[in-house]
Design a protein around this ligand. Structure first.
Ligand SMILES: NC(=O)c1ccc[n+]([C@@H]2O[C@H](COP(=O)([O-])OP(=O)(O)OC[C@H]3O[C@@H](n4cnc5c(N)ncnc54)[C@H](O)[C@@H]3O)[C@@H](O)[C@H]2O)c1
Ligand SMILES: O=c1ccn([C@@H]2O[C@H](COP(=O)(O)OP(=O)(O)O[C@H]3O[C@H](CO)[C@@H](O)[C@H](O)[C@H]3O)[C@@H](O)[C@H]2O)c(=O)[nH]1
Length: 441
């Protein structure tokens, strides 16, 4: 099948590359010339394990190409995917301007009948709007149909998720369009769930909202554990053994970040509000998350009430491991607050520092290694549970002025930090306080 994908962000590029890998001929279109120039040379503009290799392979086998030209990119395509961004408006609703523009680009450039597939996360009713927009601007002799096919990939494991996802959701009005999209996806070997368009649109928001609810729920339990002396790790494990609850997304921490949960939870509150339904539970989830992102600074201030001139190491900047994505990362808020309190911030991230430099306060300094970041620091804050951080030799913390670690991701066992003489504050667990003097450097 000949397929075009509009938008080559995390979703569009992974979609295009995966579809080419299963044998389709894919042209990816993006308005960003720098990105397209890179991709034409086989360079992925984003960090995503396995993506570059698969991309190069399919370019070399002539199944994958990139362009900034909509007319050329949409030529002869049977199916066109929309994978542009749907960021947050000031009021929390989803910004549809990129989707509308993509619909117009399709209408103005197609010269054949097409099925338009919406991958972007869009409010219920948007596919109807896309259809009307395209139909009112396209040539009168053409026919088009829309299909909702929301994306469930996780950053950091996006390629793996494409081939091993739990389900592919296809929402369509006509059996014909639904069957075409089913056939396209069949080689992935992922279970397919067919439904109507509005339900498909809602499945995406409801899934993200439910996962965010699990996280805020376990974070509240962790805060109560701290007050009562229970250990959240044991509590999560014990809860997760109940198959009705499940063990995933029960990891307490400093709240959820990223390009999806923060914006999609707020968008669903707005979507409900538009039909005069107050989504009280989800409002609570969002508020709990906001509070949770500030929890580490509170713990740090309990230990070091005055941060002026103090060297504070920040380990991990991306919103989760295995990605360079900084969108809605807790590191933005935490570093800003540290700078506001006068701290000298030295940050380290294995992959996201390039992106971080254009996002974080310019007063943040960057180290080339964990060792360099923590040496001589008065405290180390852990914000992302990268393997490189989890596997650190704990004795290294003794190169700090005083080994004080505030861990927002529960990277270490209490026994291990205690036996290394580290003062260790984590989430939902007792404080490990056995402090020894720092070794001379
Ligand atoms: N990032 C994720 O993990 C993820 C997962 C599932 C769903 N989603 C949803 O998928 C959508 C895309 O997310 P993303 O993170 O990939 O976005 P992104 O912002 O990383 O990428 C969007 C791309 O679209 C391009 N673009 C915008 N308008 C265009 C146009 N008219 N023609 C051609 N290109 C255009 C931009 O230049 C950009 O490269 C969003 O709705 C998001 O909510 C994202
Ligand atoms: O138990 C957990 C699990 C996750 N998180 C945090 O939640 C955020 C989101 O993590 P994750 O869901 O793994 O990453 P995303 O790439 O944002 O993926 C989510 O958002 C995508 C965009 O809509 C969806 O496609 C995915 O299914 C959905 O998991 C990150 O900050 C994590 O640190 C926790 O705090 N505790």
């Amino acid at each position: 099948m000949k397929i075009s994908v509009i938008g080559t962000g995390y979703v569009g590029l992974v979609t295009g590359v995966s579809l080419s890998e299963i044998g389709h001929h894919v042209t990816c279109i993006d308005v960003n010339q720098d990105k397209v120039a890179k991709m034409q040379q086989g360079i992925s503009p984003i960090y995503e394990p396995g993506l570059s290799e698969m991309m190069t392979k399919n370019i070399n086998e002539n199944r994958l190409s990139f362009t900034t030209d909509h007319r050329q990119g949409l030529k002869h395509s049977d199916v066109i995917y929309i994978a542009v961004g749907t960021p947050e408006n000031h009021d929390g609703s989803a910004d549809m301007s990129y989707v509308i523009q993509a619909a117009r680009d399709i209408a103005e450039n197609i010269q054949q009948n097409v099925i338009v597939v919406t991958k972007s996360t869009v409010p219920v009713g948007t596919n109807d709007m896309i259809k009307q927009t395209i139909q009112s601007h396209m040539a009168a002799n053409l026919q088009m149909e829309v299909v909702s096919n929301p994306e469930f990939l996780k950053e950091g494991s996006a390629i793996h998720d494409s081939f091993h996802g739990d389900r592919i959701v296809i929402g369509a009005e006509s059996e014909y369009a639904s069957n075409v999209i089913e056939q396209i996806n069949q080689p992935f070997g992922v279970p397919i769930f067919k439904t109507d368009i509005k339900s498909a649109e809602m499945i995406k928001y409801a899934s993200n909202a439910f996962l965010a609810t699990k996280i805020s729920f376990i974070n509240e339990i962790s805060n109560i554990c701290e007050l009562l002396g229970a250990n959240i790790e044991n509590v999560s494990t014990g809860m997760g053994l109940d198959q009705r609850i499940g063990s995933q997304f029960l990891k307490a921490g400093i709240g959820y970040g990223g390009s999806c949960f923060p914006k999609d939870t707020k968008a669903l509150i707005q979507i409900a509000g538009n039909v005069e339904y107050e989504f009280e539970l989800l409002k609570g989830v969002v508020n709990v998350n906001k509070k949770q992102q500030g929890i580490l600074i509170g713990k740090l201030n309990d230990c070091l009430p005055i941060l002026t001139g103090k060297r504070i190491a920040v380990l991990g900047l991306a919103f989760k491991p295995n990605t360079d994505d900084m969108r809605e990362s807790a590191s933005i808020r935490v570093t800003e607050e540290l700078i506001k309190q006068g701290a000298h911030v030295i940050a380290y991230d294995p992959i996201a520092m390039g992106n971080a430099k254009s996002i974080l306060n310019p007063l943040v300094e960057y180290a080339d290694s964990i060792e360099e970041a923590i040496a001589d620091s008065e405290a180390a804050l852990i914000l992302t549970d990268w393997d490189e951080i989890k596997n650190i030799e704990l004795a290294l913390f003794k190169t700090m002025k005083k080994p004080l670690v505030i861990d927002g991701r529960n990277c270490f066992s209490l026994e291990a930090v205690e036996s290394n003489g580290i003062e260790y504050h984590s989430i939902g667990r007792p404080v490990a306080t056995k402090v020894i003097e720092a070794a001379p450097i």
